[in-house]
Unconditional design. Structure first.
Length: 420
């Protein structure tokens, strides 16, 4: 009696240990090794192994083995009949000697006999085979008792749950990978669509070819220089690409007028921010402020912009970024009635208008990005690609940029560059 009690305490101790082993998220292989060790140890079993079942390959792959030697097969195939029988058995151990009718035991008869495998425990969790446990003879040479089998069954459940959890995690990882790929594909499609739209907008305006694309890129640079998160940078770039979408409804001869347009034409043209907003609003953008950027990209900090004459803090931040990018591109490209202005002049203009038209911290970010590229501090060629190398190598551009940065009365994060 005392001996039985001791045995009971021992096996329950092992079971508890096994439970905590399986519930801890540690190395799976290590967990299986310890589980096998505990199982063999608790009933003094000479040798054994745990195999994981692959549904796709209909095979059992050995995860851990003890005392089975190098010649034991690492992969064992199951046929439909074997699987069905294992499922019926649930977690109850199958006596190898009495199961020889099954193809599985016929195929691996020699291996099992050689290693004296006596029991096979199908690991069936929620009506699915997740693996098997193979057990050799007991150290004392006795046959497995009903009590032993009960213990094995309880321990097998823990091990089976451990494998099922692992399978579930692998499946989750696979699905999240798939979702990520799907999301990336969708994002690419969205980006391509945005770029196609930008090209369509620019096509209408023959004098400002590539304007929307450039504004998208300048907006992106400003957002990057501000240190915004990647998704926000993307949103700002999209807003830049699409800011003039409302121009699609403005008559071509007004957009392409080779002279300064009159008041009536100007009123027509000035509708494009509001129209752009209407066009963009029903579209489900991954970034929320895209329609607002279109609507307010002609507002100015001093309230002298249009369509609503908003003041500084009333203007959405994203619209301020697009406004700066838009104005910069207008100044640095040839127009029908105006040549592009030299870099020095443009930078001075930005500085002069910081706090009036432009948000000073944005001008700072923009100039800082440009300065980094001109001085070689940054290896990027973002500005060079958009403006041409020569334009960026204008004489005196470095001191002018530094001067602009130092003179800026920014409302936030000003980078102070000492003049030298
Ligand atoms: Fe515009």
């Amino acid at each position: 009696m005392a001996e039985n009690q001791q045995k009971l305490i021992h096996t329950f101790g092992a079971l508890a240990e096994l439970g905590s082993e399986v519930s801890q998220k540690q190395n799976f292989q290590e967990m299986m090794r310890t589980s096998l060790h505990l199982l063999l140890g608790s009933l003094a079993i000479m040798r054994g192994g745990i195999a994981r079942y692959s549904r796709y390959g209909h095979e059992l792959n050995m995860l851990v083995m003890r005392g089975l030697g190098d010649d034991f097969p690492l992969s064992l195939s199951l046929c439909y009949e074997d699987e069905r029988q294992f499922l019926v058995n649930d977690l109850y151990p199958i006596e190898v000697a009495q199961a020889k009718v099954l193809p599985f035991f016929q195929i691996y008869d020699q291996s099992f006999e050689k290693k004296r495998i006596e029991l096979l425990v199908p690991l069936v969790i929620r009506d699915e085979i997740v693996g098997v446990i193979l057990l050799g003879e007991k150290a004392n040479g006795e046959a497995y008792s009903g009590y032993d089998k009960e213990i094995i069954c309880a321990m097998a459940r823990h091990i089976g749950v451990g494998i099922a959890q692992r399978n579930m995690m692998a499946e989750l990882e696979r699905r999240s990978d798939e979702n990520r790929k799907l999301y990336d594909d969708l994002r690419m499609t969205y980006k391509d669509t945005v770029k196609a739209f930008a090209a369509a907008i620019d096509y209408k305006d023959k004098y400002t070819e590539g304007h929307s694309v450039r504004v998208g890129k300048y907006s992106e640079i400003i957002a990057q220089e501000l240190g915004l998160e990647e998704s926000e940078v993307e949103g700002v770039a999209v807003a830049g690409y699409l800011h003039d979408v409302g121009k699609l409804t403005v008559e071509r001869n007004i957009i392409n007028a080779p002279y300064r347009i009159n008041a009536k034409e100007s009123a027509e043209l000035n509708k494009h921010p509001a129209v752009g907003y209407e066009i963009l609003l029903p579209i489900h953008h991954p970034y929320t402020d895209v329609p607002l950027a279109a609507k307010y990209h002609h507002e100015r900090l001093d309230g002298r912009g249009y369509p609503d004459g908003l003041y500084d803090k009333e203007i959405p931040y994203i619209a301020k970024i697009v406004n700066l990018a838009d104005s910069f591109d207008a100044m640095t490209t040839d127009r029908p009635y105006k040549r592009r202005r030299p870099a020095n002049e443009v930078i001075e203009d930005l500085q002069r208008n910081a706090g009036k038209q432009f948000a000073p911290e944005l001008v700072t970010a923009f100039c800082r990005g440009m300065l980094k590229e001109v001085t070689g501090e940054s290896k990027d060629k973002r500005f060079r690609r958009l403006l041409g190398r020569e334009y960026m190598e204008a004489e005196g551009i470095v001191p002018i940029l530094k001067n602009a940065l130092n003179g800026m009365n920014a409302t936030s994060s000003l980078t102070f560059v000492s003049p030298d």
